[in-house]
Design a protein. Structure first.
Lengths: 440, 192
């Protein structure tokens, strides 16, 4: 509920030194993004095109999905459709048990996080090994990502160094140098790649005209995960389908420039077929709420998101409160919005985590009006506090006698010490976030 | 009703946005794309060397990687190779490769990407090798990704990749480290 974000943010802010580092780190990434954007004269044109391609694709999604699935099938890929997280998880389990797989290596996928796939598979006796370094660190630590692109940003190199010592990944003690730790993780993950029976990827894009999955990574872990095992599974949210390579060029140019301030990811990989004649390639198209969101007249454009992360990097509230302050598993401006699509009852507390500064919508590469959307949510779903006020007000306005009494004492608000004021008189004078913090 | 029918049914919307033109994007072009490509390759942590006309590629590779023992390639001109990704029993046998040599088809000036379609049985050679060398014809440089995407072809193996620089990560405290899970160094050899 509403208290959650502001309370957790208050706890986050207690460590001033770390907060300053967190804030500065993300601001640095934002500056990197600006340098990239300013380095291309066509940047704003690209944003406009990217937005229009997404609007077009989403408004003809049935056609593009059929085209994608048809082409994938022609490539010999087994295409599955999952209505929700449960169906998705059981499809993955069926594929793995059908091939007798006991261990699966996987590259980063927020969709599998959304569906709770890892715990489900583990409960069924299948070991899942995350191979993105940040995700692997979190898996070993038993934590969730605090950012969609830089998942382990909340841990220092000492935290990771100690973790690797505990888990026997490092040799000896005391070497917490990031280069050394990365090397030790490389050696340990190499064994996993070589011994896994299946490799899984998420998808940055699905290309309708070819039926391919395109995955962008810096580590090359999606390629390592799928170049050694014979079985590949790729999970893709419905909204990730785009028409063709020409569209891909627009998004590929912006994804990494926006997200991390790099001109490109190190690897942009195109997966079309099973790796070998005796291999299998399964693509699972996942709905899990997306078709319902598509029908939401006020908020369907949130599906344009390509998960670059730049809205959280720039967000003054995210930078100073961290990913764990939000109740939804995706933080920042896009997470606030997606949480509301998922379950307003559960996630409306995140609505307080926005100053409406609008920085997010100025950087979003697909031009989602994130802050305007948050404003709209606030009107549609007055936070629990407001609802409480409304119910008090309703009672008051409905009873003339009580109403007169209240108006009669209203002037006291100016002279009474704050704690004596009736709750309803204090409310309108306070900013949204502090109401959430104190009152609820 | 299967999930497929149900999902497709629920996707139908009343909205109808047209597909925008993409051929009017005023994409960046460089007076000398090769110079830009070399600069970008360095910026993303790669190295570019030129093979001089008439010189032997094996000689050049040996001078660049004097200590490499296990060298994998299916390219006929790489006589140094002692592992062949076309004939190894399994991808895992390529583990421990010091140097992998593959062919690239297109270089992209704006970001240092090189299009490497799979042209060997085990594509693991592109990632599992400690050091990767991509041979790229000098004239195969295009300005930007729009131009590159018009030219790429994913071949019969059904896989291709734009590679730009070595495998990198900044997942530990945002410190950039080369050599995460795939190749720890990338050298582009420009062919005359
Ligand atoms: S909403 Fe826009 S800025 Fe935020 S992650 Fe998605 S694409 Fe990036």
């Amino acid at each position: 509920m509403s208290t959650q974000h502001s309370k957790k943010a208050a706890a986050f802010l207690k460590n001033q030194e770390y907060t300053a580092w967190h804030d500065a780190t993300f601001w640095g990434v934002r500056v990197g993004r600006d340098n990239m954007a300013m380095g291309l004269e066509e940047w704003e044109q690209l944003r406009q095109k990217a937005s229009e391609i997404k609007l077009h694709t989403l408004s003809h999604l049935d056609k593009y999905l059929e085209q994608f699935a048809g082409n994938a099938a022609k490539n010999g890929v087994k295409v599955h459709w999952a209505a929700d997280a449960d169906e998705f998880n059981s499809i993955v389990l069926d594929i793995l048990t059908g091939s007798g797989v006991k261990k699966m290596v996987k590259s980063k996928s927020m969709l599998t996080e959304e569906c709770g796939m890892n715990p489900y598979l583990e409960a069924h006796g299948i070991e899942v090994v995350e191979t993105d370094l940040g995700e692997r660190i979190l898996q070993l630590k038993g934590q969730a990502p605090s950012h969609i692109v830089m998942p382990a940003i909340h841990l220092s190199h000492h935290d990771v160094g100690e973790l690797f010592e505990q888990k026997g990944i490092s040799e000896g003690k005391g070497n917490h140098d990031p280069t050394y730790l990365t090397y030790r993780a490389r050696l340990s993950l190499r064994k996993e790649f070589l011994s896994a029976g299946a490799g899984m990827t998420g998808a940055n894009f699905g290309i309708a005209s070819t039926g391919e999955i395109v995955v962008c990574t810096n580590e090359g872990n999606a390629d390592m995960s799928t170049s050694i095992p014979k079985l590949q599974i790729s999970a893709i949210g419905l909204e990730k389908i785009i028409p063709d390579y020409d569209s891909l060029a627009v998004f590929q140019r912006m994804l990494c420039r926006s997200g991390t301030g790099q001109p490109t990811t190190s690897y942009t990989s195109f997966f079309r077929k099973a790796r070998c004649a005796d291999g299998e390639f399964h693509i699972i198209l996942v709905d899990n709420g997306r078709t319902q969101w598509l029908q939401n007249p006020a908020h369907w454009e949130l599906l344009k998101c390509i998960r670059c992360g730049s809205c959280m990097n720039t967000c003054p509230v995210y930078r100073r409160s961290g990913g764990y302050s939000y109740s939804y598993f995706i933080p920042g401006p896009i997470g606030i919005n997606l949480g509301m699509l998922r379950s307003p009852e559960e996630h409306q507390g995140n609505l307080s985590a926005c100053t409406l500064c609008g920085s997010c919508q100025c950087v979003c590469p697909v031009k989602i009006d994130l802050a305007d959307q948050i404003y709209a949510w606030r009107q549609e779903w007055p936070a629990a506090g407001k609802k409480l006020i409304c119910s008090v007000m309703n009672a008051v306005y409905k009873n003339e006698g009580i109403y007169r009494n209240f108006t009669g004492i209203a002037h006291l608000a100016n002279i009474l010490p704050a704690p004596w004021l009736p709750f309803y008189l204090r409310f309108p004078r306070k900013p949204f976030h502090s109401l959430a913090h104190d009152e609820l | 009703m299967s999930s497929k029918e149900e999902i497709l049914g629920k996707c139908r919307t009343q909205q109808d946005y047209p597909m925008p033109r993409l051929d009017d994007i005023a994409a960046v072009k460089y007076p000398d794309p090769l110079t830009q490509f070399v600069a970008m390759s360095a910026a993303v942590g790669g190295k570019v060397v030129e093979l001089q006309p008439g010189k032997d590629i094996n000689h050049l590779l040996r001078s660049l990687f004097p200590e490499a023992v296990n060298i994998a390639s299916n390219l006929p001109e790489i006589s140094l190779a002692n592992r062949n990704p076309d004939t190894v029993g399994s991808a895992a046998e390529l583990d421990g490769t010091d140097l992998g040599v593959v062919r690239g088809e297109i270089g992209v000036a704006e970001n240092g990407c090189i299009w490497v379609p799979q042209t060997m049985k085990e594509r693991a050679v592109c990632f599992i090798s400690e050091n990767l060398v991509i041979l790229l014809p000098k004239e195969a440089i295009v300005n930007n990704m729009h131009e590159a995407m018009k030219r790429i072809r994913v071949g019969d193996y059904g896989y291709g990749c734009f590679i730009s620089g070595p495998s990198t990560t900044a997942d530990i405290a945002q410190v950039l480290v080369m050599g995460a899970q795939a190749a720890r160094s990338l050298t582009v050899v420009l062919l005359p």
